[in-house]
Design a binder for this molecule. Structure first.
Ligand SMILES: O=C(O)CCC(=O)C(=O)O
Ligand SMILES: [Fe+2]
Length: 345
């Protein structure tokens, strides 16, 4: 459980821009990060070492979501287009038949330089966690390379943060290095379309606010989130109050996932969060409106074995994520997903 915070702390990570970081600065950053992850589990990072700003990444995301629907559906995962072979990477459309409190469309990419060789066991599963990315044709979307570069920068930043976290837990600096092998990190472009006026005025019975992402904790290690200025992200404190996490210019939000909380022996907190529905808009189908956000989920490789502090056992990441997946709205059974193992290849 997190503490009774009333706002999210801000951590300046500008020191990570330098090619060499002194051991004093590393120790200070490591302590700061330990403190926020052991209390709120969430923080804003400022002065991040990234070559792109919010305008650039959100322009790129808007360019993707304003593609004609049939172009986006060419990238749809198999559960939405059974003739397609991509099961894990690609596009998912808004699912109007599921709960109205999870109205979102998304586009997910994995490691652009991954080795998709035959050694990977993923091919025996219905969902291939390490499949190659799918992309729109370069004639309609020109930003593939830039998005791949953004992915790599977010992965680098995550790996720097992870080694600071390892130090803060009293581990060797190579404690997390194997987590980076064949990493399954996901960069997810998200668009929450505005809901029609009538729907926002009538929340469902027993519910006080209209949401577009229901309360959850992230399942993995660490999430780095770019959010636009629409607002709506809220984080639950120990007193059961939803604390707004509004957009702060130039910042990204970072939070701990369930697996990292477990690996740390519950020293780090995976804090519950949700997103309020964006303001209603009469042009509710116009994809330029609504909330845009871009979480980057740092994930280890499928075969990575993570030791768990204070417990006998270990966690194999691929098994963990498949178990968790059955609870994600995008992977619910009635959306067509089956996360189990196939009898045959
Ligand atoms: O859209 C957001 O700001 C948050 C999204 C989120 O929490 C998630 O995708 O796990
Ligand atoms: Fe989340």
């Amino acid at each position: 459980m997190s503490t009774k915070f009333s706002s999210l702390p801000v951590v300046d990570v500008g020191a990570l821009k330098a090619a060499e970081v002194s051991s004093e600065v590393n120790a200070e950053l490591s302590q700061n990060l330990y403190h926020v992850f052991a209390t709120t589990g969430f923080a804003y990072l400022v002065n991040v070492p990234l070559s792109f700003d919010h305008d650039e990444i959100f322009d790129l995301s808007r360019e993707f979501f304003t593609l004609p629907q049939d172009q986006k559906m060419r990238l749809a995962k198999k559960s939405f287009r059974p003739s397609h072979s991509n099961t894990y990477r690609g596009y998912f459309p808004t699912q109007l038949h599921l709960t109205p409190d999870n109205l979102k469309e998304g586009f997910e990419i994995g490691n652009p330089t991954a080795n998709h060789g035959p050694h990977n066991t993923a091919k025996t599963q219905k969902i291939n966690l390490s499949e190659t990315n799918v992309w729109p044709d370069a004639t309609v979307f020109s930003k593939q390379q830039r998005l791949e570069q953004m992915y790599n920068e977010l992965q680098d930043l995550s790996s720097k943060l992870l080694s600071l976290l390892a130090t803060s837990l009293g581990k060797d600096s190579d404690f997390v290095s194997s987590w980076l092998d064949d990493s399954l990190s996901t960069l997810r472009l998200l668009h929450y379309p505005p809901v029609p006026q009538a729907a926002t005025q009538q929340p469902e019975q027993g519910e006080s606010v209209r949401l577009s992402c229901t309360p959850h904790t992230d399942s993995g290690i660490l999430t780095l989130l770019h959010q636009d200025a629409t607002g709506g992200l809220e984080v639950l404190n120990a007193a059961g109050e939803w604390i707004p996490a509004p957009y702060i210019s130039g910042s990204i939000v970072v939070n701990i996932g369930d697996l990292m909380a477990r690996v740390s022996g519950s020293r780090f907190k995976a804090t519950m969060h949700r997103v309020r529905a964006p303001p209603p808009n009469p042009n509710s189908t116009d994809p330029r409106f609504g909330r845009f956000s871009i979480p980057f989920f740092f994930e280890p490789g499928e075969n990575c074995v993570l030791p768990v502090e204070g417990e006998e056992g270990e966690v194999v990441y691929g098994e963990w994520v498949r178990k968790k997946m059955s609870t994600f709205v995008e992977f619910q059974e009635d959306s067509g997903y089956d996360t189990g193992t196939t009898e045959e290849m």
